[in-house]
Write a protein of this length. Structure first.
Length: 376
């Protein structure tokens, strides 16, 4: 468990649950899913003491469920967002010890880059001055963002100089909602970092599919890629729906009483639209990869069909050339005593000359008709 107190230009971290809300800034309580399951009674009591409301039982189940899709819900006291991350790592199922109830879950196949994509959900419980996040085991998103926050400080507390003040203010989240959106944005960008490797893998398979000198044998991996990309498409659609619901909820918030609060509200809307735009980019890229894989398969079978047609064309031309030659040979092979040229001394050469002339004439005819040209 990691607890952070974030003010305008200061960050403090502790490992115990707070007993009171700060006068300035807000709190960020980050727990692992198994840790939250073990300490949910203490966390609920802390939320009741600090915010005057604990989490609803159904929302507790949502935060503990590692198979839940992305969605948004709210109450009068807090907002709940479950967001499935797209990052490199291992899911909670893989991180936990063996369990017979998990035996039916198949392992993801395909190339290594797809097996490394972790789509475990991250839960956010958003209060006015507190953000509770429930992460998968050893969540890199939480640790990396916390490390970036603490990098602005020295020993958990910062005294900023004037040159670095503006940069620090831009990086520091202004509210608990701003922090939630920054974490969500970092999770979405985690998939954007994998785009190049995914594209390179599919481009390699496309080259193999369209190479006439090689035989493609990775059909099972290609099928796994298409299934995994389809699954990612569904996950991204759920993410987009959840963020859209959150944006609609922002529009229904009451009017801000001060210009500072109004600016903070507008900042939340701008950052929410930015997160939605990043998700749109991910959806566009996933669908483009899925379409590229399908087009590569179709082009492969079209190329194989074209190659088969070329082979059949050559064989048909060769059969047409040798058919009259076989006819001549069959006629002179008949068991008749009186066949023209059969008893002549030059009959063999006359027959051979006729067969060569016929063969050359047919080759020239088919060449003029472009039946024998080399087609690339």
């Amino acid at each position: 468990m990691r607890v952070f107190h974030l003010a305008e230009l200061s960050i403090r971290e502790s490992a115990v649950l707070p007993t009171a809300l700060p006068e300035h800034g807000f709190l960020w309580i980050a727990l692992g899913r198994r840790e939250f399951e073990a300490q949910q009674a203490e966390v609920q009591a802390c939320l009741q003491q600090l915010c005057g409301s604990a989490l609803v039982d159904l929302h507790l189940s949502d935060l503990l469920n590692n198979q839940l899709p992305s969605h948004y819900d709210y109450t009068a006291q807090y907002d709940l967002l479950v967001f499935r991350r797209l990052a490199q790592g291992r899911s909670d199922i893989e991180a936990e010890p063996y369990s017979p109830s998990l035996e039916h879950l198949p392992r993801r196949g395909g190339p290594p880059v797809l097996r490394r994509i972790d789509t475990s959900p991250v839960g956010f419980a958003l209060f006015d001055q507190l953000l509770l996040t429930v992460h998968p085991t050893d969540c890199a998103v939480r640790d990396s963002y916390a490390a970036r926050l603490l990098a602005l400080t020295a020993n958990g507390h910062a005294e900023f100089t004037e040159p670095g003040r503006s940069a620090a203010v831009r990086f520091m989240p202004s509210s608990s909602g701003d922090l939630m959106l920054r974490l969500v944005n970092q999770m979405v960008d985690g998939y954007l970092e994998l785009r190049r490797e995914l594209t390179r893998q599919l481009d390699h398979w496309q080259a193999e599919l369209l190479n006439p000198k090689s035989r493609f044998h990775n059909w099972s991996s290609l099928l796994q890629v298409r299934l995994a990309l389809h699954q990612l498409d569904e996950i991204c659609e759920d993410q987009r729906s959840a963020i859209q619901d959150w944006i609609e909820a922002l529009d229904s918030w009451p009017e801000a009483s001060t210009p500072l609060d109004q600016r903070a509200h507008e900042l939340l809307k701008v950052r929410s639209r930015d997160v939605l735009e990043h998700i749109e980019r991910v959806v566009h890229h996933v669908r483009r990869l899925e379409q590229s894989a399908e087009v590569a398969v179709q082009m492969h079978f079209n190329a194989q069909g074209h190659r088969t047609n070329e082979i059949m064309r050559i064989l048909t031309v060769l059969t047409a050339i040798f058919l009259p030659l076989n006819l001549i040979a069959g006629i002179f092979g008949m068991n008749f005593d009186f066949i023209p040229l059969l008893h002549l001394q030059a009959g063999f050469w006359w027959a051979m000359t006729a067969m060569v002339v016929i063969a050359v004439s047919l080759v020239f005819y088919f060449w003029r008709k472009r039946f024998l040209e080399h087609r690339t």
